[in-house]
Ligand binder design. Structure first.
Ligand code: SAM
Length: 263
């Protein structure tokens, strides 16, 4: 077991069956991240999925290739040795994974750059709670805003440490993530991501103060133009009090300023 790779393997066969049952994977292309010893991979293959699995641990890759040699020869399974946080991930219709918790954030961001229709992902419970925190509430953060901008998120169920070997010190949550277009028009997704990051770097301050303090990053002129054209109710709120529409308004205003569109 390699602690640095968060190797807590599912041993609870009922939990594995519940995860594999959330989507009807029969005949579908499924991407699995961090297959480990392959218990979930086995369940997905038994349900008729065509699985592409990405595993970072080279020892596990060797044993997975041996374990699934028949399915690999039959074109129903592919094992890729790689870091799912860094590589360009293959595009598959479904994603099913018990993610390594320390790389959850990076892998989720990387995943959201690909096109899939449904992802069943297991996270540390606190991380899942943050992803699901309603935007506009005290518990929301950069992650909640970014995920809920581009996807619908639903809690499927929680799992206790006893479902894994070795048991982790935290509880786990399985989420269903379904990408959808943003509810409010966003001119430029990179500017939007920049705005959300900037605002949550000063989450206890008012938006006006954060923009003013960011003058050296975004340019003093741009910061003052922005302050001059945004509604007072946005400027006098804290980031955690904003709604998705407000983040889009700020990002689109920056886009207009940078491209020379008058307010
Ligand atoms: N899916 C298996 C299960 O449920 O029993 C294993 C889950 S375990 C929590 C996480 C797995 O992800 C481990 O097999 C680990 O080696 C692998 N892993 C860790 N970091 C990774 C990364 N950056 N890319 C791909 N796999 C990774």
């Amino acid at each position: 077991m390699k602690t640095r790779l968060d190797q807590h393997f599912l041993t609870d066969t009922r939990a594995v069956a519940r995860i594999a049952d959330i989507l009807d994977v029969s005949g579908r292309q499924v991407l699995e991240i961090g297959p480990g010893t392959g218990l979930l991979t086995r369940a997905l293959l038994d349900k008729g999925a065509i699985v592409t699995a990405i595993e970072l641990d080279s020892d596990l890759v060797l044993s997975l290739k041996e374990r699934f040699s028949i399915e690999i020869a039959g074109g129903r399974c592919e094992i890729i040795h790689g870091d799912a946080a860094r590589i360009s991930l293959p595009e598959r219709e479904y994603v099913v994974a018990n993610l390594p918790y320390s790389a959850s954030s990076k892998i989720t961001c990387n995943l959201l750059r690909t096109s899939f229709t449904d992802a069943v992902l297991m996270y540390q419970k606190e991380f899942a709670d943050r992803m699901m925190a309603p935007v506009g509430s005290r518990s929301c953060g950069r992650l909640s805003v970014m995920v809920q901008t581009y996807a619908r998120v639903k809690r499927c169920f929680n799992l206790s440490p006893g479902s894994f070997m070795p048991p982790p010190q935290v509880r786990s949550t399985v989420l269903l993530i379904q990408p959808r277009p943003p509810l409010f028009w966003i001119h430029d997704n990179a500017i939007y991501a920049e705005v959300v990051q900037l605002l949550f770097s000063g989450r206890r301050k008012m938006v006006r103060t954060i923009i003013r303090m960011a003058g050296d990053r975004i340019g003093t002129r741009e910061a003052e133009d922005l302050i001059g054209t945004l509604p007072e109710e946005i400027l006098s709120s804290r980031p955690e009090q904003l709604y998705l529409e407000d983040y889009a308004t700020i990002a689109n205003r920056i886009y207009d300023i940078r491209t020379g569109v008058p307010a």
